[in-house]
Design a protein. Sequence first.
Length: 238
Amino acid sequence: MTTTPSFPDDTDDLRLEIIETARALPRLGLTKGTSGNVSARTNSGFLITPSGTPYKDLTTEKIVALDFDGCYRGDILPSSEWRMHLDFYLAKPACGAVVHCHSPRATALSCHRRGIPAFHYMVALAGGDRIDCSDYASFGTKALSEAMIKALGERSACLLANHGQIAGGPDLRKALAVAEGVEDLADQYLSALVLGEPAILDEAEMAVILMKFRTYGKQANELEDGQTAAFELPRRLD
């Protein structure tokens, strides 16, 4: 039985967490300048970073609240990519946060309209056996949002052609971790391509990997009924 996730209220603490996540983007090498944007779902819509504001100048009052009809209040415009965030949430009801950035390696791949295949099992971090690249559309448009949704499929991340990447997760910490993981994979894939096309893991192996990822990181006492550990456990002596 699936439970509907609950989401937080619009609070200063959540707004501060959005600001901290946004400031982490340049620190982690995931973006430069004011490019990129961060949002978090609330119980009434979502909060997002404002348009064109340097991350160092962000305050809780500058974080913009939108509802799921795409409406906002106040004098501060939301990020130009608010629509992508909105449609990400509408398409994925369990998603609690979204990070969009122009990370260098993912952007380089996206300029070749090239996604990331299963050259490494860690592509499963986005919830599938590959990470696709969307078709191209101008930034800040409904067309880009539609291209993103198509490229995401059932996954939580994709590349955006000639643009960058977008990643989601149940909360801000995990959405940022997915964005970092996508950039790492793009870096590794570009390095592997120096020697030619790398070996790609087949569908059967990736199905095994995706099953393992359901319990990866869980302690033995956290496994639910019917779940098995992600790897062969050593023998416990006590």
